[in-house]
Design a protein around this ligand. Structure first.
Ligand code: NAD
Length: 352
């Protein structure tokens, strides 16, 4: 066994159908009385209902979160929290709401309680991304790790297949890269493997029967494991490319992950045979890259960058941005090989 360091940032996890009904007692547990709910406009109605359910508290609602967290939205949310004199953030929604909450909570030195409604995993990671001048940047600080997470599968039933599928693939991407991370460790390898298994078996059911609570629970469980992996070990070329495509070309985050992942796995195939074997086995496939691609097709998620608004002439720039500022990756990250990976992802070819 290789030497390792295990240093996991951890939160209080409350998991189960209906646990969001316990929001009031969990906010009280944090000693807060003036929480600010942060949500995307699409979740406003539900965040508002949750805010009204809080007794003996003065909640506020800021439902202006936007994907990739443009810096202007950070300023506006911080201002709203200041006006309300908020003593806690309730991040209600997907990664966009949770990342924005982190930017607010770190600024004010207050806690976050997260109620995630997608499979992105941000609720258990100590960092957030934001965009400024067309570049996606990151801030890392353990102080903004949510103190409590309420995972309620009932809140995910309303996710349409077009969001559930890609969001679940985003979670699988955290597991895949966690298996070949520079600082991989045996516990995260267990979590990543189990995360892939749980998501691979539940996502086809989730997109076919969105109201199936067993499958929703399984998927959310897998998403939690995936988020824990993302928050603990480093990510590699797949996340590197996805951040550039999302931040610079404003493409939908989870769809980008879905499309790029099979090609990133093929890119690293020879450099990480052990991880590839684990991924393939967890997917019930012969080959990791092909198994991921086939799962994407099975759940009806997009397979080609050209179908989600990526301009072909942007591929050169994207490859350049990745090669100029590469994350650790088991195989060297160079312009030509990344450009080829992007070409394959643009056309959505099944990895050979
Ligand atoms: P999102 O939060 O942007 O949500 C996508 C859409 O789904 C939104 O329109 C939202 O209103 C809607 N939605 C959310 N929950 C719903 C539900 N239950 N039912 C119906 N609709 C619902 O999507 P995301 O992919 O979770 O988040 C993407 C953002 O999160 C990006 O900015 C990404 O960088 C960030 N992110 C951060 C981390 C981290 O660890 N910091 C991890 C993953 C993603």
């Amino acid at each position: 066994m290789k030497d390792f360091l295990f240093d996991q940032p951890a939160a209080r996890i409350v998991f189960g159908v209906g646990v969001s009904q316990r929001l009031g007692e969990e906010v009280q547990r944090l000693g807060a009385r003036r929480p600010i709910f942060i949500a995307t406009p699409g979740r406003r109605k539900y965040a508002d209902e949750a805010a009204r359910s809080l007794l003996n508290m003065t909640p506020a609602l800021h439902a202006e979160a936007v994907m990739h967290v443009p810096i202007e939205t950070v300023r506006a949310a911080r201002e709203a929290a200041k006006r309300h004199d908020a003593d806690c953030c309730i991040a209600f929604g997907g990664g966009s709401a949770i990342d924005l909450s982190k930017a607010v909570a770190l600024d004010r030195g207050i806690s976050i309680l997260a109620v995630p409604t997608t499979y992105g995993g941000s609720e258990v990671t100590p960092f957030y991304g934001y965009t400024e001048g067309g570049i996606k940047k990151g801030v890392r600080d353990r102080k903004m790790l949510p103190k409590t997470v309420l995972y309620d599968p009932a809140l995910t039933v309303s996710l349409p297949p077009s969001i559930s599928g890609p969001s679940g693939m985003n979670a699988i991407a955290h597991c895949v890269e966690g298996l070949y991370a520079k600082n991989a460790n045996p516990i995260m390898t267990l979590l990543a493997t189990e995360g892939i298994r749980a998501l691979a078996r539940s996502l086809p059911v989730v997109v076919r029967e969105p109201a199936n609570l067993d499958a929703r629970s399984d998927a959310l469980y897998g998403a939690w494991l995936a988020g824990a992996v993302l928050g603990t070990v480093g990510m590699a070329v797949h996340h590197n490319i996805s951040h550039v495509l999302g931040g610079t070309f404003n493409l939908p985050h989870a769809n980008v992950h879905t499309i790029v992942l099979p090609h990133a796995a093929a890119f690293n195939r020879e450099a990480t045979p052990e991880a590839m074997h684990t991924i393939a086995e967890a997917l019930g496939a012969q080959d990791a890259a092909q198994g991921i691609y086939d799962l994407v097709v099975r759940i009806g998620a997009p397979t080609a960058l050209k179908d989600i608004g990526m301009p072909y002439e942007g591929l050169d720039r994207a490859a350049k941005l990745v090669a100029e500022n590469p994350y650790y990756n088991p195989r060297p990250v160079e312009y030509d090989s990344v450009r080829q990976l992007l070409e394959n992802a643009y056309h959505g070819k099944r990895p050979s």
